[in-house]
Design a protein around this ligand. Structure first.
Ligand code: ZN
Length: 52
């Protein structure tokens, strides 16, 4: 489970495995493996992978 985010620079979507609540903010500034730099990532929502 984690937060699904989308890089606003390259559009890559991925899941962040972080425990703290980022749901109250629209974006998070973190490192993007595709852009190879810190970018703003849109927070799309919380994903519960254990529900599969
Ligand atoms: Zn990116």
């Amino acid at each position: 489970m984690g937060w699904k985010v989308k890089c606003t620079s390259c559009g890559t979507e991925r899941v962040l495995n972080i425990s703290f609540d980022i749901g109250r903010q629209k974006t998070i500034y973190i490192y993007c493996n595709v852009c190879k730099k810190n970018t703003f990532n849109e927070i799309l929502g919380y994903i519960d992978e254990e529900a599969k």
